[in-house]
Design a protein around this ligand. Structure first.
Ligand SMILES: Nc1ncnc2c1ncn2[C@@H]1O[C@H](COP(=O)(O)OP(=O)(O)OP(=O)(O)O)[C@@H](O)[C@H]1O
Ligand SMILES: [Mg+2]
Length: 512
């Protein structure tokens, strides 16, 4: 048997008192099963090695090799190539039905990931590996240790390392403090994966707000139908007891509470912006006058009261302001008293702001109002620390042009960390999201992306991704992701775990 003998193993077990009995059994078993895959040759470096393969191995697989000074080091197969002596002429002979002997060698290029030193820091060896060193498939313990895959109590279980029965937990504090992005082309599983992350937030009692333009997240309240014996060990569960849904259009979204904003808190110029009415001096003056009269008369008032006052005023011509206000009133987002923020943000609970059926301009207003209120209240410590998820974030913080929420998203992305306000942006168009926001998201869940501009945006915003991984993004299958940050030391391939709750984003068939 190659590798470590039993006495050495026992010695190691004594040194690492933190190992559980199961860990020891598992590691013992794995060492016996240890699989030689090849041997290093040629010029051998510190960060990259070439090895001839004696056993088939896939690109992306984790391997280990012993370094003369530091012991076992983790590496990853970066490329695999079959080198042959087959010439064009010989290939022609094969096409004519002749038998030709082909000599071939499989060569793999290995990227050295590193090892953990005594203090637990990830390091690369200080000098090259030896030529002729045997390369083995890496064992689970080494993979876990080096990649930082700890099953922490406050970790978010998002799935398994692709091709390995190793659970991937992300550090929830790191996700919240350094923000998160979920990026994928349409239909690749953004909402599904975001749902998995939100389930973990709810399970760990993180106060959560979901800005949900399509009403896809209401299904988090209901248990899904995962099979009991699934590989991922996930159980069906609904979170209806901790979720409250709010919507400016409760008639379209039954079960949600009406979401309203106090009209009297609005600035006249802003109201005219929202109504599309010219901000001429006379329009602004008429609106200011009517609002200050109501301010003096009573505590709370609504759009209808302002319209009534404007209609009473026979001197000025306020017809365009009146019709603008009537249009705004029909959108049903204002009332004399708005929804209280402490009703929306409740400690350890989740609120969904369901914007399905709400006009895009009103959506932008709602998102701006809620995000600003959350940021200001967090600054004053009036609400608990929380995580805010924004679906279709390219609409709320676009790279080109501005929307009402552009500024507050930039502020939360750059300052939210100081105030315990985590942001998660979910988008199918990374290139269309404000780079100042995207670059602040230090945990990334990247699913399949094919658009070249989006790939470029991802490459420039994700540290340590490298060209190899960036190319892989185009080839990811549904249910697979590349994850970076979140307490991991290296970006890795993830098989996303099944949802505990119902999946709200299933595609709708147009036939049969
Ligand atoms: N990990 C997964 N396991 C099983 N099915 C999945 C997984 N991820 C996604 N799907 C399925 O793939 C389909 C698309 O997923 P989803 O709606 O999450 O994509 P999306 O990227 O949010 O799409 P859109 O851009 O339209 O919002 C859904 O039917 C979903 O059930
Ligand atoms: Mg979606």
């Amino acid at each position: 048997m190659d590798g470590i003998c039993l006495t050495e193993l026992e010695q190691e077990m004594q040194e690492e008192r933190t190992l559980t009995k199961e860990d020891i059994i598992e590691s013992k078993k794995e060492r016996i099963d240890e699989k030689l895959i090849g041997v290093t040759f040629g010029d051998v470096g510190i960060t990259n090695l070439e090895c001839n393969l004696c056993n088939a191995v896939d690109k992306g697989e984790y391997v280990k090799m012993e370094h003369p000074s530091v012991g076992w080091v983790l590496g990853q197969i970066e490329s695999v190539e079959r080198k042959t002596n087959l010439s064009v002429e010989k290939a022609v002979e094969i096409s004519q039905g002749e038998e030709v002997d082909i000599e071939e060698t499989m060569i793999a290029n290995i990227k050295v990931i590193g090892y953990r030193d005594r203090r637990g820091l990830l390091k690369l060896p200080g000098n090259p590996f030896r030529a002729g060193e045997k390369i083995f498939l890496a064992d689970s313990k080494l993979i876990r240790d080096v990649l930082g895959l700890k099953e922490e109590e406050n970790g978010a279980y998002v799935g398994k390392l692709r091709g390995h029965d190793i659970n991937v937990h992300l550090n929830i504090n790191s996700i919240a403090q350094k923000h998160l992005s979920v990026l994928a082309k349409t239909g690749s599983g953004k909402s599904y994966t975001t749902g998995v992350i939100i389930e973990e937030m709810m399970k760990h009692e993180v106060t959560t707000i979901i800005l949900d333009p399509h009403g896809e997240y209401s299904s988090l309240a209901k248990a899904g139908d995962v099979k009991a014996d699934n590989y991922f060990d996930v159980e069906s569960r609904g979170y209806g007891d901790i979720i409250t849904e709010f919507s400016p259009s409760p008639e379209i979204n039954p079960g949600s509470k009406p979401l309203k904003f106090t009209f009297k808190n609005m600035k006249p110029r802003k109201i005219l912006d929202m109504t599309g009415v010219n901000k001429t001096q006379s329009n602004v003056g008429a609106l200011e006058g009517a609002m200050s009269r109501l301010e003096e008369a009573k505590g709370f008032y609504n759009i209808e009261d302002v319209i009534r006052i404007l209609k009473q005023n026979e001197e000025g011509n306020s017809s365009s302001v009146i019709s603008g206000l009537e249009r705004l009133g029909s959108k049903n987002v204002f009332s004399a008293k708005g929804t209280r923020m402490d009703e929306i943000v409740r400690e350890n609970k989740t609120s969904i702001i369901n914007l399905k059926g709400t006009d895009p301009d009103i959506q932008a207003f709602v998102v701006e109002r809620i995000s600003t209120a959350i940021f200001e209240l967090r600054k004053r410590n009036k609400i608990p620390p929380l995580m805010m998820f924004a679906e279709e974030a390219h609409n709320f913080c676009p790279q080109r042009g501005k929307t009402e929420s552009s500024e507050i998203f930039q502020t939360i992305a750059s300052e939210g960390r100081k105030f315990g306000l985590g942001l998660a942006i979910v988008t199918q168009r990374p290139a269309k999201v404000d780079k100042n926001v995207l670059s602040q998201c230090n945990t990334q869940m990247i699913l399949k992306v094919t658009n070249p501009n989006d790939l470029k945006a991802i490459e420039s915003s994700v540290e340590g991704l490298g060209k190899g991984l960036a190319d892989e993004i185009q080839r990811l299958a549904i249910g697979e992701a590349i994850v970076s940050g979140g307490g991991l030391s290296e970006p890795l391939f993830l098989e996303v775990r099944p949802r505990e709750t119902q999946d709200g984003g299933e595609s709708i068939k147009v036939v049969g």
